[in-house]
Design a protein around this ligand. Structure first.
Ligand code: ADP
Ligand code: MG
Length: 360
């Protein structure tokens, strides 16, 4: 049975920012709901209101049939009464405490040793139990932060941009590790990010926010492939998104089966075989006749499904063995005389095929 998270609240800041949190999502164990949107759109505020670290002026929040907050009668449960675990943006580990001290902080003394011990085993931290945060690797710090959030046995885990403080290389590496750690969590996870790749790699459900308001929510692929309006389309910002499976890896290139077709892209950094194939419409070139050899790795036999006129760019919907979208200029569209049903060749360079790892 899924616990529903139902929230509809308004938080006003003295500086004038108004954040509206509107959610109605089933939250299942093992499932990750990602709150996604640009910096400053209000994601952290929503998360802090859910956690009870911030108090909205209006509205209500319920989880699993229990009221956490209701402005009407003035109900506002404290964070520990809500049973949530919180992982802060920069992990916010206590620098002067050891790993054990960080994980056990705030636990009753008679339970501390046993509960901390369980977490050390689960997160593979036993060997570094006496170390301080600055002596740990990024991956170890991430695991301590998760262990500290989970040691109180919460019913919901909240994470605020858990990878954003890291440099790009480490971020990709730890994204894979975080995916595995979250998949092993038996409670629902609600994670905030402004990073599209992170949303795709980690999320099952997606909630898109912009300008202080929730714009759309639903399963990740559904939101990416069917944005409700132009604003959501701009935020999710990728025209072609389709699940695929890597069938060959060689010299940094991955061959991916996608639909009934195959494309070549740059290999993702981890061992994942299941991926999302992402291609921006600007990166697809259309050709009437399959011309001479070129450096382009992907020459896809396609058929035009529809031509959606726009200015200055026309959006061309193709069937390339999977749904593929191209943005081309209006004069190019006229030169090629494109119409539905027509065969074309779609050219996509391998570096324009972005592969986002999903699971092992
Ligand atoms: P995000 O996490 O998406 O980057 P935030 O929730 O941190 O966004 O901030 C949303 C808006 O609320 C911003 O305009 C920010 O300036 C404002 N805001 C956030 N916290 C405070 C605060 N404590 N006081 C005043 N304004 C705030
Ligand atoms: Mg934030």
């Amino acid at each position: 049975m899924a616990d529903a998270l139902i929230a509809n609240f308004t938080k006003r800041f003295p500086g004038g920012a108004v954040i509206r949190g509107k959610l109605d999502r089933p939250m299942r164990g093992h499932s990750v709901t990602v709150l996604f949107g640009p910096s400053g759109c209000g994601k952290t505020t929503v998360l802090r209101c859910l956690a009870g670290l911030e108090r909205p002026e209006q509205g209500s929040i319920q989880f699993g049939g229990r009221t956490w907050f209701d402005a009407g009668p003035g109900i506002c449960l404290a964070p520990q009464q809500r049973g949530v675990g919180f992982v802060f943006q920069d992990y916010a580990l206590f620098p002067h405490l050891t790993v054990a001290g960080n994980i056990g902080y705030g636990l009753p003394a008679n339970e501390r040793e046993q509960r901390v011990g369980e977490m050390l085993d689960r997160f593979g931290l036993a060997a570094v139990v006496q170390q301080r945060p600055r002596q740990l690797s990024g991956g170890q710090q991430q695991r301590v932060a998760l262990a500290r959030a989970l040691v109180c046995r919460p019913r919901l885990l909240l994470l605020d941009e858990p990878l954003s403080a890291l440099d790009a290389a480490l971020r990709e590496e730890l994204r894979g590790e975080l995916r595995r750690l979250l998949a092993a969590c038996d409670i629902p996870v609600f994670l905030v990010t402004h990073d599209r790749a992170e949303a795709l790699a980690l999320g099952d459900e997606l909630v898109v926010m912009s300008g202080g308001t929730v714009r759309q929510s639903g399963p990740v692929l559904e939101v990416f492939n069917h944005p409700a309006d132009a604003e959501v389309a701009r935020i999710v910002g990728v025209e072609t998104l389709h699940p695929g499976r890597i069938v060959n890896l060689s010299e940094g290139l991955a061959t991916v089966e996608v639909g009934t077709s195959r494309v070549i892209g740059l290999a993702p950094p981890d061992e994942a075989r299941a991926v999302f194939v992402c291609i921006r419409g600007e990166d697809v070139i259309l050709q009437r006749n399959d011309g001479a050899a070129s450096s382009v790795r992907n020459r896809l036999v396609a058929r035009i499904v529809a031509v959606h006129p726009g200015s200055p760019l026309v959006r061309v919907e193709l069937d390339a063995g999977f749904p593929l979208f191209a943005f081309i200029t209006r004069p190019a569209c006229e030169d090629l005389d494109l119409s539905p049903g027509q065969p074309v060749t779609a050219l996509v360079k391998a570096p324009a095929v972005h592969l986002i790892a999903r699971e092992l």
